[in-house]
Design a protein around this ligand. Structure first.
Ligand code: CTP
Ligand code: MG
Length: 191
């Protein structure tokens, strides 16, 4: 296993996980309007999820991840790069794409649910959870429901190094994207 192989494995892991990485940023662009929790509060008066989780964000984020994944597969098909495609068969890949994209939004909502339970307002910082909630959500759905796909692409041989690299890169990518979103005026806070 040389360094170039490891770098390629990391790039590949990031590429295959694009349908998981994109939905949160897309939700910022598409979000707004009716909150997923319909504004409802729990008995203690705190919101279930808060105004930062909206139906349009959930839908726009999930669809963006799935559509981008299909585009990626078309590109890799044209370039004849089967190792770099999510699945050679686009229709067979749809469940994988959905679990990655929806799982990402699900994790983000789970993160907000936990934040609200410990009294953090919408947009308040919660280190680690803020950076990894979408990843955890996607893993919760992908690992049991697409175990074989996950194993052959992220656990076997050098691909495991790629997966570890992806985990290390996630908070860095998260930070960079949020600073861009903040500078564009799309996000109220740079985290
Ligand atoms: N967003 C949305 N719907 C979602 C997820 C995100 O509309 N399902 C939009 C909201 O405008 C949100 C922004 O994307 O404010 C940034 O998302 P995030 O940082 O996850 O939300 P926060 O506002 O920080 O809220 P929380 O404290 O619940 O994470
Ligand atoms: Mg936030």
């Amino acid at each position: 296993m040389d360094i170039l192989e490891i770098i390629m494995a990391i790039l590949r892991a990031v590429w295959l996980m694009v349908p998981m990485l994109i939905p949160n940023s897309a939700a910022v662009l598409f979000g707004g309007g009716m909150p997923v929790d319909f504004g409802k509060t729990m008995k203690d008066g705190t919101r279930y999820l808060g105004d930062g989780k909206t139906w349009s964000g959930l839908l726009g984020g999930t669809l963006s991840g799935v559509i981008l994944g299909v585009i990626q597969m078309i590109i890799m098909g044209l370039l004849n790069q089967p190792d770099w495609t999510i699945n050679p068969c686009i229709t067979c890949a749809l469940p994988i794409l959905f679990l990655l994209a929806f799982g990402s939004m699900f994790g983000d909502m789970l993160g907000s649910f936990i934040k609200r339970r410990v009294g953090r307002e919408r947009g308040a910082k919660f280190p680690i959870l803020d950076q990894y909630d979408f990843f955890i959500g996607a893993m919760i759905l992908i690992v049991p429901f697409q175990w074989f796909w996950f194993k052959v692409n992220f656990l076997d041989g050098v691909y495991l190094a790629g997966f570890i690299g992806l985990i290390v890169l996630i908070p860095i990518m998260h930070r960079v994207v949020n600073i861009i979103g903040f500078k564009m005026g799309k996000k109220d806070v740079p985290w």
